[in-house]
Design a protein around this ligand. Structure first.
Ligand SMILES: *[C@@H]1O[C@H](CO)[C@@H](O)[C@H](O)[C@H]1NC(C)=O
Ligand SMILES: *[C@@H]1O[C@H](CO)[C@@H](O)[C@H](O)[C@H]1NC(C)=O
Ligand SMILES: *[C@@H]1O[C@H](CO)[C@@H](O)[C@H](O)[C@H]1NC(C)=O
Ligand SMILES: *[C@@H]1O[C@H](CO)[C@@H](O)[C@H](O)[C@H]1NC(C)=O
Ligand SMILES: *[C@@H]1O[C@H](CO)[C@@H](O)[C@H](O)[C@H]1NC(C)=O
Ligand SMILES: *[C@@H]1O[C@H](CO)[C@@H](O)[C@H](O)[C@H]1NC(C)=O
Length: 488
């Protein structure tokens, strides 16, 4: 038992008087609080009932705020842009209950003048109301100013609530898009979790973002970090080049930034006829060709021979040769499985051998097999006389979804090349828009990733993985030339 400093054994009758109290406290395991006591009351006695007026109490508290009765703290909200001052009569007890910042501010004053940006000032009454009833409604456009207020005044529960709202509403429809501004905000607030959620959203839904109004609002740093990623989901590298071109023309960043973004495009992934078009027609290259002359030359060389031969003669070591998640048909195939929980399904499709123009006539056939309830052999039910465990017969139901992709040509992985399979889940095309929920990288089978469609609940019609009762996959086949990407 822990001893508090003023309870010293052997200090006489004063200490002995505390013994019954300590025993009582040890008995309930928690400090005696009202809710615990009242639970016990209701639990033991069959004639007991709960009179619950908590809603009424909350309404009373809100009236208190509305009418300003017995107010002992006055807030004066100002914005830099106007002379208008908004006055709110409040109560110290309620403000200090949830905010140590208000506690400090109200320690020696009862009238506070608070300077807020206009977008926060308009929400201030709503924000204060939260202190009285613990409830607040929120819209996409209010997330940043509310989070700003919650952070400034250290209302951590509200701050967490708004962050959670942002994480779950990245995909919400909005006219101008909001994820880019949320990312920039998360960066400023050093909220790494939100930052990462926003980045993933942007990377995996890039085609949608590139065609939306928020693309041109992407900051220099965000553009640079997006372009480093190999998990971008988009039609083709050419689509990315065009989008970067638009971004540069609208933002006019300085030469350092232009050079960095232009050098992040993976030119070898663009077929040579398209590279040639770019060289001829791109206004961006008309100005900045010198930044990437060497990369274009390298890309044309890459296309002129087999990648493995190329690797023998040129010393390259970079991400330039790692494909991103391209949705165009030469890289893979979409697969929509209706009623996925029903039975095993298979799909055959064809891809190019690789991005090099040298191999452009070579194709590979692939077979994909999807099992909704697959079990490793060791866990399959054994039908023998000695079956003693009745639960074994249900084991088939315990299986997990599995997707296996194999080549029709055996032993396709040859020295220095592996074909990475990337399974995109939840790809949905809506007016040509592409949405992705999950990205799994495997060599052959999704057994390699323990969380494949975990919690997908494919039996349930309401599963968020089912779009019109169908599971949407897109399988991308990516040759990885180890000799070309020696890094790591
Ligand atoms: C009291 O009522 C409110 C609103 O109906 C409810 O949310 C709350 O859980 C109830 N409290 C208890 C202890 O049942
Ligand atoms: C608050 O004050 C108003 C008038 O200023 C009064 O009508 C109302 O009854 C008061 N409410 C409470 C809860 O005391
Ligand atoms: C309250 O205290 C703060 C610092 O503790 C001081 O800056 C401020 O002037 C004080 N206000 C009043 C009204 O005394
Ligand atoms: C991409 O968008 C879809 C639908 O808008 C969404 O469900 C999904 O979570 C998004 N992807 C990521 C990584 O946030
Ligand atoms: C270009 O812009 C970036 C960021 O916007 C800045 O860090 C850098 O110093 C600038 N470079 C030059 C040469 O002006
Ligand atoms: C490739 O580059 C990485 C860092 O970019 C470096 O650590 C590695 O040693 C390089 N490998 C070769 C073979 O040059």
């Amino acid at each position: 038992m822990e001893r508090s400093p003023n309870i010293r054994p052997g200090s006489g009758p004063r200490w002995l008087a505390l013994v019954p109290l300590l025993i009582a406290a040890a008995h309930t395991e928690h400090p005696v609080v009202f809710s615990a006591a009242h639970k016990a009351d209701v639990g033991n006695d069959p004639s007991a009932a709960l009179i619950n007026h908590s809603i009424m109490l909350i309404n009373r508290l809100q009236e208190l705020l509305q009418n300003g009765n017995a107010s002992d703290a006055t807030l004066r909200i100002r914005t830099a842009s106007s002379n208008e001052v908004k006055i709110i009569q409040t109560h110290q007890l309620l403000l200090t209950l949830q905010s140590d910042v208000f506690e400090g501010l109200l320690a020696n004053r009862s009238v506070l003048t608070l300077q807020e940006p206009a977008e926060c000032a308009v929400l201030f009454e709503k924000f204060i109301r939260y202190f009285y009833c613990g409830e607040i409604s929120i819209q996409l456009s209010q997330a940043i100013p509310l989070h700003r207020l919650a952070s400034k005044y250290h209302v951590s529960s509200l701050q967490k609530g708004v962050t959670e709202y942002m994480k779950t509403h990245l995909a919400s429809e909005s006219s101008q898009g909001h994820v880019v501004s949320w990312y920039h905000y998360a960066l400023m607030m050093k909220d790494e979790v939100l930052q990462e959620s926003c980045l993933k959203f942007l990377a995996w839904n890039l085609s949608t973002v590139m065609s939306s109004g928020e693309w041109v609002t992407v900051s220099n740093d965000l553009m640079v970090s997006l372009l480093q990623r190999s998990d971008l989901v988009l039609q083709s590298e050419l689509e990315l080049f065009r989008a970067v071109e638009e971004w540069v023309s609208k933002n006019s960043p300085n030469d350092t930034v232009v050079e960095k973004v232009l050098r992040s495009i993976r030119y070898p992934m663009i077929p040579p006829n398209q590279l040639f078009q770019i060289q001829k027609q791109s206004f961006l290259l008309a100005t900045y060709r010198s930044f990437i002359q060497d990369l274009l030359f390298q890309a044309f060389q890459f296309h002129s021979t087999s990648p493995l031969h190329f690797a023998k003669y040129f010393d390259v070591n970079c991400s330039m040769f790692i494909p991103r998640n391209y949705l165009s048909s030469s890289w893979g195939s979409q697969w929509i499985i209706n009623n996925p929980a029903r039975d095993d399904r298979s799909l055959s499709f064809q891809t190019q051998l690789g991005p090099s123009n040298h191999d452009s006539s070579k194709k590979i056939n692939w077979n994909a097999l999807f099992s909704p309830r697959w079990l490793p052999v060791s866990l399959r039910p054994v039908y023998s006389e000695s079956v003693s465990n009745p639960s074994q017969s249900n084991r088939m139901e315990d299986g997990r979804p599995r997707l296996v992709v194999t080549s029709a040509m055996s032993g396709l992985d040859f020295a220095g090349v592996t074909f990475q399979k990337t399974v995109l889940v939840g790809v949905k095309r809506q007016q040509g828009k592409v949405f992705v929920k999950h990205v799994y990288n495997v060599h052959q089978s999704t057994d390699e990733v323990p969380d494949f469609l975990a919690h997908a609940d494919l039996q349930k019609r309401t599963s968020e993985y089912l779009i019109d009762n169908s599971l949407h996959f897109h399988i991308v086949i990516k040759p990885i030339y180890h000799s070309l990407i020696k890094a790591k």
